[in-house]
Design a protein around this ligand. Structure first.
Ligand SMILES: [Cu+2]
Length: 185
């Protein structure tokens, strides 16, 4: 009897944590090779308290280009563009004048106890060591909003510590030195 009560207490503490310090919006992979085209899967692991998620907005950081949003039969995805001034030379006379600034998914409902996947692919900048912050806003109906938008500004602070102490940290990807080239496809 005593033991099961103790177990209940532990479960209660973990449940409390999962609502605050653990399980916020995050990118499924924490490390990706710099300069690669890569799939980015944003995960939204819970709603706003009991309320289901009805909108997800992801801000695309500087230097992340050629964003394509994956088709999702449940959600409508809209892309908001931003001008690039000056345009970016991609080689062979090809230049980019506009890029995706923000992706907005609406038109569906993600139950609070299910995780949702919001996918796109993009060309990642050739900057090994840089942390890309994919700031995310999650809305549940008209008046509830969760903002996952805090960046780590202190380079000496380990990521694990930052994630523990900043409950509304932004989803991120750390760019790594590629171990091999990515061939065109
Ligand atoms: Cu959370």
């Amino acid at each position: 009897m005593k033991r099961s009560l103790a177990r209940l207490a532990v479960v209660a503490v973990l449940a409390g944590l999962s609502g605050t310090a653990l399980g916020h919006a995050y990118v499924h992979m924490t490390h990706m090779p710099a300069g690669w085209f890569h799939d980015v899967e944003m995960r939204v692991p819970h709603g706003c308290g009991p309320d289901p998620t009805t909108e997800v907005r992801v801000k695309i950081p500087d230097g992340v280009l050629r964003v394509t949003v994956a088709h999702d039969p449940d959600w409508q995805a809209e892309t908001i563009m931003r001008e690039l001034d000056p345009p970016i030379e991609m080689g062979e006379g090809y230049e980019i004048k506009q890029t995706v600034d923000e992706i907005v998914w609406t038109g569906s409902e993600l139950p609070t106890r299910r995780f949702g996947r919001f996918m796109f692919r993009a060309l990642l900048p050739e900057e090994p060591g840089r942390i890309l912050w994919f700031k995310t806003i999650q809305r549940c109906g008209e008046d509830k909003e969760l903002r996952w938008d805090k960046e780590k500004t202190d380079d000496s602070q380990p990521m694990g510590v930052f994630l523990r102490v900043v409950p509304d940290s932004s989803p991120f990807v750390v760019l790594t030195e590629p171990e091999r080239p990515q061939y065109d496809f």
